[in-house]
Design a protein around this ligand. Sequence first.
Ligand code: NDP
Ligand code: ZN
Length: 182
Amino acid sequence: MRTEAGLEAVFVKAVAFAAEKHRNQRRKDADASPYINHPIALANVLANEAGVRDVAVLCAAILHDTIEDTETTAVELDEAFGAHITSIVLEVTDDKSLEKHVRKQHQIDHAPHSSPEAKLVKLADKICNLRDILASPPSDWSIERKVAYFDWAEQVVSGLRGTHTGLEAVFDSLRARHVEFV
Ligand code: NDP
Ligand code: ZN
């Protein structure tokens, strides 16, 4: 990090940065919610459900989709937030040049080898996406597609277990709700 900003200031800077990068993007729910709601939801889960106080993890949660889904580069993140936060974001970034089924398998394969910080962000991401699918799913998704997503998320999370008991329990209780689809 090139600034001497306090930890709270760094977090607010990450929120402002992500909000600007995602400003024209929407989630896939019927209301097309603002995209930034999703990264904020991850940080909220980590801070207020998991008790995470590591600002690097909270900033990485806020920034987790900037490289994957906007034109943000790793160099840009490095200059603004330093190497540590950037490396966590890179760990949770899919390579979009790969076919979707290959990316999905990569997430399963790489989960167990991720850093503890990246595992926390991944767990929160899967929790938030299951919550979205339960409460405000993509409008054109069939029951089968929702169930397939839940099954895939479970495969990723099985490689993240041992990271945070509380978050894993939250994930498991959401996963159990797939019965609500049928
Ligand atoms: P996608 O990857 O296309 O969509 C899911 C992703 O969209 C999430 O991981 C999340 O990513 C983002 N997202 C944005 N808005 C929402 C929202 N409201 N609720 C949930 N997620 C949201 O889905 P998949 O390809 O994974 O499809 C699910 C399963 O369905 C697959 O496992 C596949 O087997 C099956 N399937 C897929 C088809 C396809 O065309 N891909 C067709 C038929 C079945 P982020 O957190 O990064 O924003
Ligand atoms: Zn996400």
